[in-house]
Write a protein that binds this ligand. Structure first.
Ligand code: NBP
Length: 319
C-alpha cells in the first residue's frame, strides 16, 4: 500500500473536514484520534469510499507516512497539543514536521517551535480560518514556524486553501509563532466587525424600532455596497430566519455572547506593544458585559420596542 502524504490527528469537526478536503485534492491522509473508535467511525461513514487510511495508535500512524513525515494536529488548543507533541517526539526523526492547526496562543507556538528545533523536528503553527465549511471546501491558512518546513507542506496547503482569482488564500507568514499571531489578529478583527454589527442591530431595533424584515433588508442592501462580506450576508439571513412556528427565530435566542479568547489575546498584545486597537478592546469588553448581563434583572416592560412607549435615553443606557 502507498504511504500516506500526511497524517491528521483530531477527528472533530475541523479535522474531519480538512481530511476530506485533502483527499479531494489527491493527497492520501492517515487519520488518527485520541478516542480511537472515532477513527473507525470516520472511515465507515464520512470517509467511506475515499483514499483516507486510519491508524489505531501513533506508532501505526507514523509507520504509514512518507518521509519527511508530515503530522498535522487539529485538537483542542492548550495541553492536548503539548501532550501529542511529547508522544510524537520519540516516534519521529530529524527533518520530520509537526503542524498545529488549532487556535493556539502564539507564544505557545514560539515555545514549541524552539523546543522542537533543538531536536531537529520542524514545527509549524498554522491559523486555519473559515470554520467547518472552510475546512471542507477551502480555508484561509496562515502557516508560520520553522521555514525549512514550508517547501514540504506548501503543495498540500496551497491546493486545499480557498482560491481567489487563482491565488491561494495561503502563504508563509513568518517564523516561530507568526502564523498563530496572524490568526489571533484575524480573529480580533472579527470581534470588532461583529461588535459593529451588534451595535447597528441595537440602534435599528431599540432606537429606530425597525421590524425584523426591515433590518434584514437593510443588511442585504449593505451587502451590495463596499460592506459586502460574509458577516453582513449571514446577518441578513439570520434576521430573516423563521422558526417552525413561522415566527422569527432571533428574538427567541438568549441575547448574550461568550468568548473563547483570541479577541482578548489580541487586546492584551495590543496593550503590550502599545498599538491602539481600541475597537477590538471595546468589542472584548462588550462580550464581558454581555456575559455579566446574564446576572442582571431586566424589567420586562423596558425590554422591547413593543412596550406602550418609547424608552428614555437613560432607560436605553441601562438596558
Ligand atoms: P475541538 O476544539 O472540539 O477539539 C476536539 C479534538 O480535540 C478531538 O479530536 C478530541 O479528541 C481532542 N482532544 C480534546 Br477535546 N482534549 C484532548 C486531550 N486532552 N488530549 C488529546 N486530544 C484531545 O475540535 P474542533 O472544533 O474541530 O477544533 C479543532 C481546533 O481547530 C481547535 O484548536 C479549534 O480552536 C480550532 N478551530 C476551530 C474552528 C471551528 O470553527 N470549530 C475554526 C478554526 C479553528 P477526543 O475525540 O478523544 O475527545
Amino acid at each position: 500500500m502507498a504511504q500516506a502524504d500526511i497524517a491528521l490527528i483530531g477527528l472533530a469537526v475541523m479535522g474531519q473536514n480538512l481530511v476530506l478536503n485533502m483527499n479531494d485534492h489527491g493527497f492520501v491522509v492517515c487519520a488518527f484520534n485520541r478516542t480511537v473508535s472515532k477513527v473507525d467511525s470516520f472511515l465507515a461513514n464520512e470517509a467511506k469510499g475515499t483514499q483516507v487510511v486510519g491508524a489505531h495508535s501513533l506508532q501505526e500512524m507514523v509507520s504509514k507516512l512518507k518521509k519527511p513525515r508530515r503530522v498535522m494536529m487539529l485538537v483542542k488548543a492548550g495541553q492536548a497539543v503539548d501532550d501529542f507533541i511529547n508522544q510524537l517526539i520519540p516516534l519521529l526523526e530529524p527533518g520530520d514536521i509537526i503542524i498545529d492547526g488549532g487556535n493556539s496562543e502564539y507564544r505557545d507556538s514560539t515555545r514549541r517551535c524552539k523546543d522542537l528545533k533543538a531536536r531537529g523536528i520542524l514545527f509549524v503553527g498554522s491559523g486555519v480560518s473559515g470554520g467547518e465549511d472552510g475546512a471542507r471546501y477551502g480555508p484561509s491558512l496562515m502557516p508560520g514556524g520553522d521555514p525549512a518546513a514550508w517547501p514540504h507542506i506548501k503543495p498540500i496547503f496551497q491546493s486545499i486553501a480557498a482560491q481567489v482569482e487563482g491565488e491561494p488564500c495561503c502563504d508563509w507568514v513568518g517564523e516561530e509563532g507568526a502564523g498563530h499571531f496572524v490568526k489571533m489578529v484575524h480573529n480580533g478583527i472579527e470581534y470588532g466587525d461583529m461588535q459593529l454589527i451588534c451595535e447597528a442591530y441595537h440602534l435599528m431595533k431599540d432606537v429606530l424600532c425597525m421590524e425584523q424584515d426591515e433590518m434584514a433588508k437593510a443588511f442585504e442592501d449593505w451587502n451590495k455596497t463596499e460592506l459586502d462580506s460574509f458577516l453582513i450576508e449571514i446577518t441578513a439571513d439570520i434576521l430573516k430566519f423563521r422558526d417552525t412556528d413561522s415566527k422569527h427565530l432571533l428574538p427567541k435566542i438568549r441575547d448574550t455572547a461568550g468568548q473563547k479568547g483570541t479577541g482578548k489575546w489580541t487586546a492584551i498584545s495590543a496593550l503590550e506593544f502599545g498599538i491602539p486597537v481600541t475597537l477590538i478592546g471595546e468589542a472584548v469588553f462588550a462580550r464581558c458585559l454581555s456575559s455579566l448581563k446574564e446576572e442582571r434583572i431586566v424589567h420586562p416592560s423596558t425590554n422591547s420596542c413593543h412596550s406602550s412607549r418609547r424608552r428614555t435615553p437613560s432607560e436605553l443606557r441601562t438596558h
